[in-house]
Structure formats: C-alpha cells, structure tokens
Design a binder for this molecule. Structure first.
Ligand code: SF4
Length: 117
C-alpha cells in the first residue's frame, strides 16, 4: 500500500531535496494551501481548454481571461497563502468554467446555424 502523503508541492526551485516539499513548504506553504492551489490549477487547465477552442474560432470573454490571469498570479507567484482566498477562487473558477462553456455553446449554435443555411 502506498504511503499517504499529506502534502506534495514541487512548484518552485526552492523545493525540498530538489524533489518536492512533503511535510510543509520550505517557503512556509501549508498542505491545505498546496491542495487548494493544485485544485485551482487543474480547474484553470479545463477552462483554458475551452477558451483555446473558442479563441481559435474568434470568440473571447474578457472576464474569463482576467480570471485566468488572476488565478495564475495567485498560484505561481506564491505571494498569497490565505486558504480562504483560494476557496473563493475555487468558487469563482466554477463560475468562469460555466461562462467558458457558454462561450463554446454560443459558438456551436452559430456553426450549426451556418451548416443549415
Ligand atoms: S512553492 Fe513552497 S511548498 Fe512548493 S516547492 Fe516551492 S518551497 Fe516547496
């Protein structure tokens, strides 16, 4: 049975033993924040996949774009270790995901409409 790891982060060059911080971050990051940051990054990857397809076909949403910038800044710069803020960002991420899906739905409707003309 694999050993349970409460924390794992290998986000930066300061990482413990050059492999990953597994107890607490060398930078002071706690396990909960590391998990919430991972959650946000996975969520933003999904949103980015929708946005990529929409953008290729000429559709964008400035609000979703701004959220992606904020999300990356909040995680990659390690300037904020407030777990509450990451919970708020997770909620916002859910809303932005819906907006990105709506963008693709609008796009799909338009493409379908063009096929029938
Ligand atoms: S961001 Fe902090 S917890 Fe993550 S690898 Fe760097 S020092 Fe470790």
């Amino acid at each position: 049975m694999p050993e349970k790891v409460d924390m794992f982060c290998y986000q930066c060059s300061q990482t413990a033993f050059e492999t990953g911080c597994t107890v607490k971050g060398v930078c002071g990051k706690e396990a909960t924040v590391a998990r919430l940051q991972d959650n946000l990054l996975f969520s933003m990857k999904g949103i980015s996949a929708y946005l990529y397809h929409a953008r290729e076909l000429g559709y964008t949403d400035p609000e979703v774009d701004a959220f992606i910038e904020k999300g990356f800044y909040s995680t990659l710069t390690n300037v904020n270790f407030d777990a509450g803020e990451f919970v708020k960002l997770a909620t916002e991420s859910g809303m932005m995901n819906i907006k990105a899906m709506q963008l693709l739905k609008k796009l799909t409707s338009k493409l379908t409409e063009n096929l029938h003309q």
